[in-house]
Write a protein that binds this ligand. Structure first.
Ligand code: KMT
Ligand code: NI
Length: 180
């Protein structure tokens, strides 16, 4: 099961858990309410025939998918890529990731600018909305293998914070404020 918690503000290794003291967890429903991040459980060993994924792909119109492995061996320009992943940014489109193996953390900002840490493991599919500030890091296992999905031609470009004037950011803020 995916776990979500509020982060501390310690500047130590990004790969550590960074729990608050005492730890403060969040339910998935609250994560969705606060951020719009969606979560689905998929059978990672047979994801091609997983009903939840098949339905999701059809409903959301995912036409593109590929695979990315983040490890020192498999990812070209590893150090720079990981640095870019962990730099706070947003995208003009949703970031859709299915974890096939390994683990990591997606951090997203809530409406009060707290960092929420989402631990993802094999079988977790998360959808990070367009326009939300977020980042990604490996954990101390230093390995994740992930499928990426997209509607149409993929646009992976990150827009580092501040990107408050972008239309996708304004739409995100508007949409979220209507939910509170
Ligand atoms: C991203 O966009 O942050 C990534 O693709 C990170 C690797 S996927 C877990
Ligand atoms: Ni991103």
């Amino acid at each position: 099961m995916v776990q979500v918690w509020y982060m501390d503000t310690e500047e130590t290794d990004q790969r550590l858990e960074h729990h608050r003291n005492p730890p403060a967890y969040l339910e998935l429903d609250d994560l969705y309410q606060k951020t719009g991040v969606e979560y689905f459980k998929i059978n990672a060993d047979e994801y091609q025939s997983d009903n939840t994924l098949t339905e999701l792909r059809a409903k959301r119109g995912y036409t593109y998918d590929d695979e990315i492995t983040c490890s020192e061996k498999c990812l070209p320009d590893y150090a720079n890529k990981l640095k870019a992943f962990f730099t706070e940014h947003l995208h003009t489109d949703e970031e859709i990731r299915l974890i096939l193996d390994g683990s990591g953390y997606f951090d997203v900002r809530d409406n009060e600018d707290n960092w929420l840490r989402i631990m993802v493991v094999k079988g977790d599919l998360i959808i990070i909305p367009a326009g939300i500030y977020h980042r990604f890091t490996l954990d101390t296992n230093n390995f994740v293998r992930t499928r990426r999905y997209f509607v149409g031609e993929p646009v992976w470009a990150p827009h580092n914070r501040p990107a408050d004037d972008m239309d996708c950011r304004k739409s995100y803020i508007k949409h979220q404020s209507e939910n509170f």
